[in-house]
Ligand binder design. Structure first.
Ligand code: NOJ
Length: 666
């Protein structure tokens, strides 16, 4: 079949190129023959367009660059080479949503050369997948040892308007904003993933894959519904500094006929290099408790004080809780010197990555943890003082090695790295990769907060577990919080990029021990459901352990896995609801999570995903009758039922609520 397709593709390419000089079009189509990319060169100017079946998605869109001194590389081209290839393989992620992932695409590579004296070459590689399209530029070394990119001219000229879910680029809190929904034709400058429900009926999401040694791409609207790549600049205005050659990240467009299909796309991962870590036995997906929420709700302080969270005594109590609950990881923040009550303000804070805070004995705590079968998760808050961090990174990570810590959360609170550079500019992109490499050298897994956006690097670095990169649960602790719809938007936006350390699991939904008037804006059952709807190989059990102790709903959090054999999305509408089922990687059990925004909903769910001819015990954690996210939200109704794959289940979700189910194979 694939051979046949290659021949057809070659034919299309050859026939249309016969009048190459003036106007040549080369087409490449996805293996399922739905997503088509048409490359065109007319009067030396290259463009591309994209369609899905009969539907035009992108009209002729620009390609090219502007280098320093207004030197542009965008016209006067001829095609000097073209090739088409087909690729199809199945690969196994170290952890993830599926045991096996198919990577199947058709690729067209076109090498262009300027007809002017400079005769510079640039190759554009296009890939057509069943779940979208991607392309990147490869600029080979050609006689210069430095090239500065001042602009990328790539445009995405949408044929139709539609609703876009977006957060603005270039803001001090990085990606931590509520998402706005408005027509594409009203956008200004936005971050990716940018998700669109097009008037043509398709669900689309723009992003990028394998972002390394380049600036992040944000999107800026030029006119009507045309978006343009807008590379995040360095402080000096340069966009990308190269040493004479460069390969851009993949510019990606996921295309789905229904919103739920966006959620199972592996396009971003498939565009990253394969796993570079041979021995992955030290990388362990896990759930974790923390000395953390207490700091966010004001029960504890990060810094040395009478309510200091990270004391040896408190750590030992938390280790005891871990043991009691059967949770084998514990995050401890604020264990080191350098924290002050103003730690989060923009300044070059001087955190130490080796010196313990008063009242905290790292060796004693890690020894006690080891004796009790618990792993401590280390914490490095840089405060965005990257100079200070990089001076100490070897010592800091080395210390974790010495005391048997295998996982580190790394924070970059601050509006600019070193009070100067955007987190998502090329400086930041390179910084985060450097830290990831350092962590790998030290056999540490990483959880970045205030990160660079995820572009699928977990495929290459399976020690890159999860990251923040959106407003997480903590906003509910000390701000007006995230409205119920926020959690129903994230799967279609931020989470298309990759796993998020959202830190769900707050069952004391009214935050009784915290700042007055704060709550988590969901029901407790929805907090449970988030563990299935939001995939992450590390999931925090964010609440205070005393709020879990004796709470029957906590059983679901003890049971729910973090690594999956299979994933299916049963229903989904952007910002409204999502119902996801996942099969455990290490048992025959399935789990279901269903969440809604401010509206209550009823779903009839067919259980046909279960194995046939066998029964399952369904342990159901649902919103108690009559509750809403702001009235009796903590009440979970727990029931049991025997079901088979032929049954349907009725789910009732309260306003801002959810349902979580474990299906145990009998
Ligand atoms: C912000 C992070 O998101 C949060 O998880 C952490 O506790 C604080 N910074 C302190 O570093």
């Amino acid at each position: 079949m694939f051979k046949k397709l290659s021949i057809i593709l070659l034919l299309i390419a050859t026939i249309s190129c016969s009048k190459q000089e003036k106007d040549s079009t080369i087409e490449i189509i996805s293996p399922n023959a739905k997503n088509k990319i048409s490359f065109n060169l007319k009067n030396g100017i290259p463009t591309y367009s994209v369609s899905h079946g009969e539907t035009k998605v992108l009209n002729a869109s620009n390609l090219g660059f502007v280098f320093k001194k207004g030197d542009s590389l965008s016209n006067n081209f001829e095609i000097i080479n073209q090739s088409e290839t087909t690729f199809n393989e199945n690969w196994e992620p170290v952890w993830g949503e599926h045991k096996t992932i198919q990577n199947n695409y058709n690729q067209l590579s076109v090498t262009l050369q300027e007809k002017t004296e400079a005769k510079r070459k640039i190759e554009v590689q296009f890939r057509a997948f069943n779940d979208g399209i991607a392309f990147r530029y490869v600029y080979p070394e050609q006689g210069k040892d430095s090239i500065i990119i001042m602009d990328e001219l790539t445009t995405f000229n949408l044929n139709d308007d539609g609703d876009a879910w977006w957060i603005g680029a270039y803001q001090d809190n990085r990606y931590e904003y509520l998402t706005t929904k408005s027509p594409v034709s009203t956008l200004d400058k936005v971050h990716t993933p940018l998700t669109i429900k097009s008037k043509n009926g398709l669900s689309l999401s723009f992003h990028e894959a394998n972002l390394k040694n380049f600036a992040s791409m944000t999107l800026s609207r030029t006119n009507d519904t045309e978006l343009k790549a807008d590379l995040v600049p360095w402080a000096d205005g340069d966009r990308v500094k190269t040493n004479g050659s460069f390969t851009t990240p993949w510019r990606t467009l996921q295309i789905a006929e229904q919103p739920k299909d966006l959620l199972i796309s592996n396009l971003i991962l498939n565009l990253n290099d394969s796993n570079k870590i041979e021995d992955t036995s030290w990388i362990k997906p896990h759930k974790y408790l923390g000395i953390w929420w207490g700091m966010h709700i004001g029960k504890y302080s990060f810094w040395e004080s009478p309510i200091q969270g990270a004391t040896t005594k408190n750590a030992i109590e938390h280790i005891d809780y871990c043991k009691k609950f059967g949770i084998d990881h514990l995050l401890i923040e604020g264990w080191n010197k350098g924290w002050t009550p103003a730690w989060y303000e923009n300044a070059m804070h001087m955190f130490s990555f080796t010196k313990e805070a008063d009242n905290f004995d790292l060796k004693k705590v890690t020894d006690y943890a080891k004796e009790n079968g618990v792993s401590i998760i280390g914490y490095h808050e840089t405060g965005s003082n990257i100079i200070n961090y990089l001076e100490q990174i070897d010592a800091g990570m080395g210390l974790y090695n010495q005391v048997g810590i295998h996982d580190v959360k790394i924070g970059q609170v601050g509006s600019r790295l070193n009070m100067k550079e955007w987190h998502h500019g090329q400086f930041g992109v390179n910084y985060y990769r450097y830290v990831l490499d350092k962590a790998l050298e030290n056999k540490l897994t990483v959880n970045f907060h205030e990160p660079i956006k995820d572009t699928g690097e977990r495929r290459t670095y399976p020690n890159m577990m999860a990251r923040e990169g959106a407003r997480g649960q903590e906003y509910n602790a000390w701000s007006d919080g995230n409205p119920p719809s926020h959690t129903a938007i994230l799967p279609f936006t931020r989470m298309l990029a990759g796993p998020m350390d959202f830190t769900p699991g707050v069952l004391d939904v009214d935050i009784k021990q915290g700042y007055e008037g704060r709550d988590v804006h969901t029901t407790a059952a929805k907090q449970l459901a988030l563990y299935v709807v939001y995939h992450s190989p590390i999931q925090m059990l964010a609440d205070l352990p005393e709020n879990y102790d004796g709470n029957p709903a906590f059983k679901f959090l003890q049971d729910v896995p973090v690594d999956w054999n299979d994933t299916k999305v049963l229903n989904a509408e952007i910002g409204e609801y999502v119902t996801t089922v996942r099969k455990d990687k290490y048992s025959e059990d399935w789990y279901l999570g269903s969440i809604t925004n401010e509206e209550s909903r009823e779903f009839e769910i067919q259980l046909s995903f279960l194995d046939e001819n066998t029964s399952y015990e369904a342990q159901i954690y649902a919103d108690a009758e009559g509750i809403t996210w702001n009235s009796n939200a903590e009440k979970v109704h727990i029931s049991n039922k025997i079901v088979t794959s032929k049954d349907t289940l009725k789910l009732s979700l309260a306003e801002g609520g959810g349902v979580a189910i474990r299906f145990i194979k009998k």
